[in-house]
Design a protein around this ligand. Structure first.
Ligand code: C2E
Ligand code: CA
Ligand code: CA
Length: 357
């Protein structure tokens, strides 16, 4: 059907058991190594979506479309498997189309807002930094999570204008806070891999440069996947960041491959220890050992650590004992709108929560 897509029609198959058996067999065969000759061996994965006539469609177009939707579910779930189409998938697909439609123009209509979550220095509990987190106030659905709409923005290409806007907003916020409180608060901005790969011109970088902010005031948060097999273009962008004194932070550290070799290669400034580690710190000894090891390793490489999702005082104390540099989480503060963040940093320092003894 396409470069790497095939259709199998099972005309006389009426029961799920035999469909399952055939599908398993196809997967098994596809999982065998392919001999390309000259000693080259290739492995491929295979994702199968299944649609049933007449339950999932009356004609071939509809059946194909639904099998395709089911196949994408397999791909998203890590590939190499099969999945039957369900009505639920159809609803989700329609939901996605509607939301994407609404996202067009959301920026122009003023429905997007940047929130700032305080990042606290662990030894003195002061707000030292912040992370910019996008919010969408949908006119009918209320607040839509960035976890839901960022992927839609990526697929539709809207992420480029939205991403540039987040940096512009952040630059303005940093200036305004400085004017009001005399403090320079460094802020980190998230950039998804798609955004990173596609943003050719990075117009925002020019505007950032012209804004004349102090050095090391902006950090870009990326996930480590980007560093595993970086293209030359991605490497060039890191170079450019360095040149402009923009820092680099690895988000959700510990959830992916955690291949350590790239840490030195790319001059990483911060590791953000993922919330899943922090959550189980108190109850799980292995988690504690891993978290402590990450912090020690980072420090040996001259990288600072930020713990994400700190929700309890026990977690805070453990992280502090491990020597973690910064903490971010609901215990300390939720993501706040611009003006509320300003109020927080304007408080005299004895209003900042102090650790319980
Ligand atoms: P992230 O970068 O890992 O951001 C941290 C998320 O954890 C935020 O969710 C934050 O509200 C939440 N969080 C912070 N402290 C706690 C805590 O103590 N407990 C719990 N349970 N959660 C906590 P949020 O704001 O919903 O953002 C979700 C994700 O959306 C972000 O994950 C980030 O990957 C993405 N995102 C947000 N804004 C942007 C953006 O401007 N651009 C891009 N590309 N992605 C963004
Ligand atoms: Ca982040
Ligand atoms: Ca994170």
């Amino acid at each position: 059907m396409g470069g790497d897509e095939f259709t199998v029609i099972l005309p006389d198959c009426t029961d799920a058991v035999s469909i399952d058996r055939i599908v398993q067999k196809i997967l098994q065969v596809m999982n065998q190594p392919f001999d390309l000759g000259m000693g080259d061996i290739a492995h491929v994965s295979c994702s199968i979506g299944i649609a049933l006539y007449p339950d999932n469609g009356e004609d071939s177009d509809e059946l194909m479309q639904h099998a395709d939707q089911a196949m994408y579910v397999v791909k998203q779930g890590g590939r190499n498997g099969f999945c039957y189409f369900t009505q639920n998938m159809q609803q989700q697909a329609e939901e996605k189309i509607n939301l994407t439609h609404d996202l067009h123009g959301a920026l122009e209509r003023g429905e997007l807002e940047v929130y700032y979550q305080p990042i606290i220095e662990m030894t003195n509990r002061r707000i030292e930094k912040a992370e910019a987190l996008l919010r969408w106030h949908h006119p009918h659905r209320g607040m839509v999570s960035p976890a839901v709409f960022i992927p839609l923005a990526e697929e539709s290409g809207l992420i480029l204008s939205i991403g540039a806007w987040v940096v512009d907003q952040t630059v303005q916020a940093i200036k305004d806070w400085h004017e009001a409180t005399g403090q320079w608060i460094p802020v980190s901005v998230n950039k998804s891999p798609v955004q990173f790969a596609r943003d050719e011109h990075m117009d925002w970088l020019q505007r950032f440069e012209q804004s004349d902010l102090p050095r090391h005031i902006l950090t870009i948060e990326i996930t480590e996947g980007l560093l595993l097999n970086p293209s030359t273009r991605v490497r060039d962008k890191f170079e450019l960041f360095r040149l402009h004194d923009i820092e680099l932070s690895i988000d959700d550290f510990g959830t992916g491959y955690s291949a350590l070799s790239y840490l030195n290669q790319f001059d990483v400034d911060y590791l953000k220890i993922d919330r899943s580690f922090v959550q189980n710190l108190v109850t799980d000894a292995t988690n504690r050992a891993l978290t402590e090891a990450i912090i020690v390793m980072a420090h040996k490489l001259g990288i600072r650590t930020i713990a994400e999702g700190v929700e309890t005082e026990e977690q805070y104390q453990l992280l502090k004992d491990f020597g973690c540099d910064y903490a971010q989480g609901f215990l300390l503060a939720r993501p706040l709108p611009f003006s509320q963040f300003m109020e927080r940093i304007s408080l005299p320092s004895d209003h900042v929560p102090v650790p319980v003894p």
